[in-house]
Design a protein around this ligand. Structure first.
Ligand code: ACO
Length: 330
């Protein structure tokens, strides 16, 4: 028997607080006009620690929404993966916190760090477990509170990111006409310096003086990231399509990582994607890293913009650097 995986539920969640571009004008040299025209971002959500908004609590809400849509008991879930570079803590994993809170007692769970590619990496891994028959139902989450890693004095990065969570529930199917058709995952550690968070690991432990030098925040070479994000998302999109003998014209709907409107425009122009065939929420949420793609999927599905049978293409690019694509027959 050949097994495949099918998405049966999606969910998303955001912190309450909305931060506008104008809010940044109070503490860095920037303007609403610069941020809007150079990035396309207008607002983003920022987690409020005092209200209990952490990566785990946002992820839990997104997961519960996905489980409610799928209408299955949480104890049927056998695998939980969270893509995040902002876990609540290093141990226990954030995935374990979710497993406990959901009562998903049959699931094994782990966190996965591949920055903005975290959701597609997780989706690909869950798909492999389901295809081999080892797991029947899996929960894949992308969740971030990047606001906790932002250097609020660095205007080149602080305006770009926002917090949020998205989730997808997958289950085993034997039908190929409603399933994940394929995924492509890529890494290039030689370019890791262009988007990195140097501290927080074993190289710079907290007791060294260097730990104080704001290296626990995001460091980015914006224009290098921009060029690679465009090229790699296009290449990854074409590669997964070519694996299935398809072209961009065959795709019903596209979801690209939401980092910068100009990146999205260049991907759409090169792949000849009309704007009505892609979901854009960058203006509202900014770059939510691993949360971006599952949130887009969830919003488009609930808005009935995508429907069962549609061919969906997803592509992403993330720090470190990583990138990925996925092709789904919904
Ligand atoms: N407000 C005003 N001016 C700014 C701001 C700001 N918020 N940020 C940068 N500038 C200034 C720079 O200091 C620079 O000034 P200078 O010429 O005096 O030195 C000038 O604007 C131009 O800077 P550039 O970096 O060349 O501006 P660019 O047009 O490339 O836009 C941006 C910068 C928005 C960061 C862009 O490069 C970008 O979006 N890159 C990709 C970012 C990205 O996708 N990151 C995440 C992807 S992976 C992931 O999601 C983890």
């Amino acid at each position: 028997m050949n097994y495949f995986s099918k998405i049966i539920g999606t969910g998303s969640a955001f912190p309450e607080r909305i931060m506008t571009n104008h809010d940044f004008e109070n503490f860095v040299e920037t303007s609403d006009e610069w941020i809007r025209t150079r990035t396309g971002i207008q607002t983003r959500r920022i987690a409020d620690h005092s209200k209990g908004e952490f990566t785990s609590t946002l992820a839990l809400k997104a997961a519960r929404n996905a489980i409610e849509m799928a209408n299955i008991p949480a104890d049927q879930i056998e695998l939980i993966i969270i893509g995040t570079v902002t876990p609540d803590s290093l141990m226990p994993t954030t995935a374990n916190l979710i497993q406990a809170a959901l009562g998903a007692t049959k699931a094994f769970s782990f966190d996965l760090q591949s920055a903005c590619s975290g959701f597609l990496y997780g989706l690909s891994i869950a798909d492999q477990y389901i295809r081999t028959g080892m797991v029947k139902t899996a929960l894949v989450i992308g969740a971030e509170t990047l606001s906790t890693l932002i250097n609020w004095q660095d205007r080149g990065t602080c305006v770009l990111f926002g917090d949020g969570a998205g989730a997808a529930l997958l289950t085993r199917t034997t039908e190929t006409n409603h399933s994940i058709l394929g995924t492509k995952l890529y890494s290039d550690g030689s370019k890791g310096d262009i988007l990195k968070i140097p501290h927080g690991g074993s190289k710079y432990p907290h007791y060294l003086p260097e730990y104080q030098h704001k290296l626990h925040s995001i460091h980015m070479q914006g224009s290098e990231v921009f060029k690679l994000a465009v090229r790699n998302m296009i290449d990854a999109s074409l590669a997964v399509l070519s694996d299935h003998g398809l072209t961009p014209e065959d795709v019903d709907y596209f979801f690209f990582h939401q980092a910068n409107m100009r990146i999205l425009d260049m991907c759409m122009k090169t792949l000849k994607v009309p704007k009505e065939k892609t979901w854009i929420n960058l203006d509202k949420y900014g770059n939510t890293s691993a949360a971006t793609l599952p949130v887009c999927l969830d919003e488009a599905w609930r808005a009935k913009v995508i429907k069962p049978g549609d061919l969906i293409l997803m592509a992403t690019f993330g720090g470190g650097v990583t990138w990925a694509s996925g092709l789904i027959r919904l």
